[in-house]
Design a protein around this ligand. Sequence first.
Ligand code: R5P
Length: 305
Amino acid sequence: MRPLVFAWPGNEPLAAALAARTGGEVAPLSLRRFPDGETYVRLMTSPSGREVMFACTLDQPDDKITSLLFAADAARELGARRVGLVAPYLAYMRQDARFEPGEAITSRTFARMISQAFDWLVTMDPHLHRYRALDEIYSIPASIAASATAIAGWLRSHVERPLIIGPDAESAQWAAAIAQGTGAPFVVLQKQRRGDRDVAVSVPDIAAWPQHTPVLVDDIISTARTMVAAVRRLHELAMPAPVCIGVHALFGGDALEALRASGPRIVATCNTIRHETNAIDVAGEIAAAAAGAVQSLATFTAARN
Ligand code: R5P
């Protein structure tokens, strides 16, 4: 039987890509709130005996997690063969340590909740900083799709002579992969974060690339203060206005206005979260990773039986 794909609102293009790539079928899902604020979930096609996947990116995760857990539980009760979650943006990865006494390490708790509800997970470029791999906190098979090839392809057709710049040490992993994909040089800045919206960066010697266009790449743009600090610093060094690329376009509050006001040449993001800056389509990469996950679990089950 063909896999069934259920899409949370806003994830319909991803669901179509998943169905096309897995030979599956997009099925309707009914979600609403009761007058008292409780959540109503109904799977409108029977999942009995089927591979089921939910397409739901996890920005604003607190609004989505309840319906996801209810839907996953319903799919299991109704006989789904396996239930997978395709979340292009994976939330709660940044609180990966207890920085102050008494703080919840939400990355671990969230990972436990998802691992209990689902059989597998596919995401794109999760924020791996103190964790080296998702399996340090997720106990289900978790596949990572990478955005670097799609970003490198976009850069090849939009930017001449890019100089890839990661604004902080964590971004070096994405900057290096994109630099490799474009054959461009890359440098990594040093970031000091003094508060949610208080960021400073220092720039190493970039005088060796005076003819290049600076391209700042980061996994997440949230308050955009990291990007703003880097754009301003490059301006102080008389570099050309940079291109700013983010994988996950969170853009809380005034983030986009603040970034645009700092004077970048272009702001471009991947479509892991729907946003007006989306310019780089990564649905194919995510769908390929999901098809791989479904296939390898099916092969594993067949071999075991
Ligand atoms: C942090 O380590 C990430 O890689 C990003 O640099 C960070 O999340 C960006 O946040 P903001 O846009 O709030 O500066």
